[in-house]
Design a protein around this ligand. Structure first.
Ligand SMILES: C[S@@+](CC[C@H](N)C(=O)[O-])C[C@H]1O[C@@H](n2cnc3c(N)ncnc32)[C@H](O)[C@@H]1O
Length: 232
């Protein structure tokens, strides 16, 4: 068996998949050489022998037709301007009867509570910025259509939420992450450059997230569209 993890990022999920399908081979690919370096470092650290990583583009996979039994895509399609073109490549490299697992975020259903102003603007700003960057913040709800348009006929769809606040410690950690995201990150700089928010609002948001993280009622959850699809 051969499994492809497309847009594998730092390879954490690919290495977990390799443990599940061992001794089958897992190939993780990512467009960003820095992510592939991180993934290779993870392999060295975790000692997985049936997984390898390559720099490659989902729009032009360097693999022959029908060369994988399974493909996994997680959090990738929302960053691709032409997801159907990428999925057609995935369809091409899958063997007949092969299976694709796909899970993509949907920020149109980001739950945040409590969300006093300006925290109530966070999910909306995040979506606007994704659109500015050519990404699709509602990929989760669109992937079923994308799968059909790329040639998959048998598809089972599902959905789930990832809770970011399962314990007070996790809420605190994610609050610090969100506070940094809105104040000291490429995301914050882009929001300002695009005229979507000014530094005063972002500073209020930063303080708001730190207060939110200390609130025992803090709750956040991210929605995901999921699908399993088979190549006929
Ligand atoms: C949010 S990360 C997800 C990483 C991993 N799948 C996970 O869920 O942990 C999205 C990844 O997709 C990669 N990516 C975006 N467009 C790509 C493309 N056309 N071909 C390959 N990788 C791509 C990015 O470089 C990034 O590492």
């Amino acid at each position: 068996m051969r499994l492809l993890d497309g847009g594998c990022g730092p390879g954490t999920i690919s290495i977990d998949l390799a443990a599940v399908v061992s001794p089958a081979e897992v190939v993780g690919i990512d467009l960003e050489p820095s992510q592939v370096d991180l993934a290779r470092a993870q392999v060295a650290e975790r000692g997985a022998s049936n997984v390898r990583f390559e720099v490659a583009d989902l729009y032009a996979l360097p693999f022959p037709d029908e060369s994988f039994d399974a493909v996994f895509l997680h959090g990738v399609l929302e960053h691709m301007g032409e997801p159907v073109r990428g999925l057609r490549e995935v369809h091409r490299v899958l063997k007949r009867g092969g299976v694709l697992g796909a899970r993509h975020a949907d920020f149109g259903a980001f739950l945040l509570e409590p969300a006093p102003a300006p925290l109530d603007r966070f999910a909306g700003l995040f979506q606007l910025l994704m659109v500015c960057n050519g990404a699709d913040p509602k990929a989760g709800r669109h992937q079923l259509r994308w799968l059909r348009e790329s040639g998959f006929t048998r598809i089972e769809a599902a959905a789930s939420f990832d809770c970011w606040t399962r314990t007070p410690a996790e809420a605190h950690q994610n609050a610090r992450f969100l506070a940094q995201l809105v104040s000291d990150s490429a995301f914050a700089a882009q929001l300002v450059a695009a005229g979507l928010a000014d530094r005063t609002v972002l500073e209020r948001m930063r303080q708001g997230f730190l207060e939110w993280g200390a609130n025992p009622d803090a709750f956040a959850a991210e929605a995901w569209g999921e699908a399993v699809a088979w190549k006929a």
